[in-house]
Design a binder for this molecule. Sequence first.
Ligand code: IVH
Length: 707
Amino acid sequence: MSSIQEQISTLTARLHHLNYQYYQNDVSEVPDQEFDKMLAELAALEKAHPELALPNSPTQRVGGTITKQFPTALHRYPMLSLGNTYSEADLRDFDERVQRGLEGAEYAYVCELKFDGVAMSLTYQNGQLTQGVTRGDGTRGDVVTSNVRTIKNLPLHLRNTGPTQPEEFEVRGEIFMPQPVFAELNQEREANGEALLANPRNAASGALKLQDSALVAARRLRFFAYSYLSQGRDFPTHSAALEALRAWGLPVSDTWRKCHSLDEVLEFIHYWDKHRFTLPVATDGIVVKIDDLRQQELLGYTAKSPRWAIAYKYPAEAGRTRLREIQYQVGRTGAVTPVALLDPVPLAGTIVKRASVHNANQIAALDLRLGDMVFVEKGGEIIPKITSVDLTARPADSQPIIYPTECPACGTPLIRPEGEAHFRCPNDRGCPPQLKAKLEHFVSRKALDIDGLGAETVGRFFDLGLVTDAASLYDLPGKAAELAQLERMGEKSVQRLVAGLEASKQVPFDRVLFGLGIRYVGETVAEKLAAHYRTVKALEAATAETLAAVPEVGGVIAVSVAAWFQEPQNREMVERLRAAGVQLALTGEAPKAQSDRLAGQTFVLSGVFEQHSREELQQLIQQHGGKVTGSISKKLSYLVAGDKMGPAKREKATELKVPIISETDLLAMLPDATTLPDSEAEAAADSALDDLTAPTPPQGGQASLFS
Ligand code: IVH
């Protein structure tokens, strides 16, 4: 073996092992930095020697494969569905059928949770993942292997522990989007004026169909295995197979139980009815399976589903309460959303006071009236929705809901573009909530991330007439004296704000483009557009037609972008941003975010530094997602102490228990490639690091699965 090959295989084995320890056993054997460093090394070696790269390399997790059209494959064993029941009586019937079928023999069940995601069939050959296929029509599905390889808790390579592995076998399980990831994604989509994903299942299924596996990686999907299939009789029972899968490194949720009677099954059902909402994975019921595989065979199948298993579905949690009022919210893009204000009612672990009613059609379809008793349900969604009206309880004085024809905020007549469900306020240049939301978006973390200027402050400035649009923010330093007079502002806050505005001029063009708040231009689209056009000038000159030809930019987005840049006021604002010094082009020098390593951390730089100037250190921190501020507070993550730092700063930091670190300590927190001169191999290492969200330390239980 060549020494490069040896290096690749040693690194690969080590990374597979660390991944297993992290995702299966909640153990971090090495600090995150070290893991990332090894991964970057491997990526660099693979880039330099593509012929030696292994198909299941841990670097596959970051994605980067583009599939224009997914090929299809026949399922060796058809992917069936399960019979559903909704009542305990149905379960008793099932149990009686099983008893009769097994002619009085003893039997046990395995109860599992029914995960609400997308079914996936994985093939392993000689311990390596070779294929991932969707259910499709049950007989033939889409081959989505490169997308599946990005799922971090799914082993690309199995361990040699536990029972002997057959040369080839299939694992089935569910791919899902953890609830917290789903909530975050939808918040972003809402802020960007994009259509919301209905539930985590749709989100997972949509993600698996993406053509660019790097985008799939960003969706942070996870996998749970629940079936094992092979040509031989490898295990006597389903539970033994589950244990083997686990021993080989596959993620099996440890929520399953063996049950020896229907009563035990019911106990399992009742237990999880209460506790399932504490899991990060959406569940919609439980699955009861006969444990003994010979007994499974004996019971056999109907045309559609096994006779040895059944799914019990939990009823959707519903609450009944009174509808008090409908409020109309105007979003950043002018969409008017009705929100129902309810008498508080407990539902699925929270107290619900508001519910969504989607749009005007929905109000009519439900025949909603103010004062009605309504049923609210929480599906996979975060915001509960009104599902029906209790007409038997309609009060005599209930009031019809009169949908506004004018914007509740600015009085402009609302419009409803053809094919859209929402009414919209077209006054995008004068409607206060729209303008305010645009400003909030511009300063937000994923856009210009202006330190000292949160949503609340910017809203206040807007109300006071101090700012009108994004470009006007950069006039604030000229109003410093006026700002310092404001309540809860003070000189220090103003200084911080001025420094924050200054620092935002280093934010790369793609994030500025995202910050402009053009409808349908989310973070990813902004990145693609910036990478393609490189300058705002080129983007302004693009037509809807040429825009639509950019990968990941569809017709709707293209029209929206072209229309935005055709508006003279928008062009004029872009010019003012340019004059202020904001990045409107990708340049060689423009620092691009290189990692998330320091995300959520704030630093104060004080004194004189040896290896870098203070400005350089500030840039480095920002490039890795951190923030630099001027004042020491309890919330500060680190004080970076240089030479000749004032004693007052040190004292304050000590008093507030803020860790004091050196320049060397700070540099050690960054990925290694950061400080090295640029070369092709390092550029490859960098790009591998770009997509890796730094894993957070495991918190016990299954928490790390979802981090
Ligand atoms: S076993 C013969 N176990 O439910 C069918 N399925 O209709 C064997 N599902 O889309 C399926 N959690 O993806 C099984 N613990 C679990 C499950 C589970 C979710 C899904 C499965 C399929 C549907 C069955």
